[in-house]
Design a protein around this ligand. Structure first.
Ligand code: V55
Ligand code: FE
Length: 482
């Protein structure tokens, strides 16, 4: 029996060929000097399918969650990688093959597949004394933050009574509370939504349940001291389509970019709805803040459907060169009588995976860190077509001055999502280090690069060599040592 992954863009090349390597590497090689002040763990997660797809092909978002932890101390770094031992992964390993069909469509699963369909593959965050591996289709899995041993599904001792939980919760820097939400909260295609506020010691402090006009992907959120804003991407869900073997999500070019705005301590009747332009894709949030009764939310916005694997009904997807995400500001006025919102551009180049200094979540702020793409920079033709989510710049964007400070790593190099690490606990906003995985496409190698946030163009102060290839990933987080 041959076990081979397909030679499709989703499973091949330096970024997307599955890795599947669990590892422990002590004292990684370092070129340059890793500042001893960087103490803690950088966690990140990559979809990394254990087996070739059941149906012969699959999308990137459907791979099993593989956690990488880079532990930093005393100018050294070590790496640990473990799969999240989801029920889904364990069932597959028992049978020695993939048991799961189309992304988030259990109707297409093998009867031997686990009941819990989640891959826990989208984001990873230490909260309280556990590491949470998150995907928006289910409750998170908890892991041991040191050993990466999987502890099991985490529902905060039965307090979270939702079928799902976002991969993008926020930690409120003022209270330390975890702010989270669920969509399709009562199961596939339900319009039910929930907001949860959880304390650091694991107590559910407040929850708000409400219904949306329709079930759609709500991938990220933005928070302020008093509000949470939920962006509904025009990708809707239809169980009948799923039963026919179709995709969980379908792009709806006629639907607006919809937003729910909730007072964090409010109730169901306080939810306000706002509508932005149609045929637009609100990506990840950078940050949000309140100003004179207004709520500003900053995020990359793209005209058209970024997710080519969730086409509209007639099968249309825009070609990648026609898509350009750039940073925009949405401003919500809760006193306005109109429910219309129009985003205002903040920059004018393609960017995504924006990150803020976590200490300024929800506060007026000045610094954003993100991946960007400069099409005028060289790209080596021998590398073949540019892969999905190719970003050739690591950028610091100053929102006050409008100045961008970027590092271009070369003609065959692609960054993965950065994190920001403050120089010290009381360093000024945005003063510290930017850490990101860097894939060298030409030779399939990977590094973790550490840049000084005050001089990105100078390139890394340290390049941490990784003796295995880091597959393309989604999200990570920084957990400072105590
Ligand atoms: C995203 C990723 C997902 C998912 C839904 O980046 C949205 C967006 C890795 O899985 O399930
Ligand atoms: Fe995301």
């Amino acid at each position: 029996m041959s076990i081979l992954f397909p030679e499709t863009p989703e499973f091949s090349g330096a970024l997307y060929r599955p890795s599947r390597v669990e590892a422990d590497v002590m004292d990684l090689e370092i070129e340059g000097s890793l500042p001893a002040a960087i103490r803690g763990a950088f966690y990140q997660v990559s979809p990394d399918p254990q087996y070739p797809p059941l149906l012969g092909q699959d999308i990137f978002f459907n791979g099993d969650g593989m956690i990488s932890a880079f532990f930093f101390a005393d100018g050294k770094a070590s790496l640990r990688r473990r799969y999240v031992q989801t029920a889904r992964l364990l069932a597959q390993r028992r049978e020695g093959r993939s048991l799961n069909g189309i992304y988030r469509n259990t109707y297409t699963n093998d009867p031997l597949a686990a009941a819990n369909n989640t891959t826990a593959n989208t984001a990873v965050l230490k909260y309280g004394d556990v590491l949470l591996a998150l995907k928006e289709d289910a409750l998170p899995y908890a892991m041991d933050p040191q050993t990466l041993e999987t502890l099991g599904v985490y529902d905060w001792n039965g307090q979270i009574k939702s079928a799902t939980f976002t991969a993008h919760p926020k930690i409120d820097p003022l209270t330390g509370n975890l702010l989270a939400f669920s969509y399709e909260a009562k199961g596939d295609a339900t319009p039910d939504m929930a907001y949860f506020e959880i304390s650091p010691d694991g107590k559910l402090l407040h929850e708000i349940w409400f219904e949306a006009p329709y079930a759609a992907m709500v991938h990220d959120c933005a928070v302020t001291p008093n509000y949470i804003v939920l962006p509904f991407i025009p990708l809707t869900v239809d169980v009948e389509r799923m039963k026919r073997g179709g995709q969980h999500f379908q792009w709806q070019p006629d639907l607006p970019q919809l937003f729910a705005v909730l007072p964090r301590r409010g109730s169901t009747s306080d939810v306000r709805w706002f509508k932005g332009p149609a045929d637009g894709f609100q990506g990840h949030t950078l940050n949000a803040f309140e100003e004179n009764g207004l709520i500003h939310v900053d995020m990359p916005v793209t005209g058209g459907n970024v997710f080519y694997f969730f086409p509209q009904e007639d099968g249309f997807v825009p070609s990648p060169e026609t898509l350009s995400s750039s940073l925009h500001r949405w401003t919500f006025d809760l006193n306005a009588t109109s429910d219309r919102v129009e985003p205002r551009p903040l920059n004018h180049y393609p960017c995504e995976f924006p990150r803020v200094d976590d200490r300024y979540i929800g506060q007026p702020y000045e610094h954003g860190f993100m991946l960007a793409f400069d099409p005028t920079r060289p790209y080596r033709a021998e590398n073949g077509p540019m892969p999905f989510q190719f970003f050739n710049l690591l950028t610091h964007f100053n929102l006050k001055t409008g100045v961008s400070d970027s590092w271009f790593a070369g003609d065959s190099e692609c960054f993965q999502e950065p994190i920001f690490v403050p120089r010290s606990a009381d360093a000024p906003e945005g003063d510290g280090y930017v850490i990101a995985l860097l894939n060298h496409i030409a030779d399939y190698s990977s590094e973790l690069v550490v840049l000084d946030s005050r001089d990105m163009a100078a390139g890394p102060v340290a390049r941490i060599k990784i003796p295995l290839r880091m597959r393309m990933s989604l999200h990570g987080s920084w957990s400072p040592a105590e």
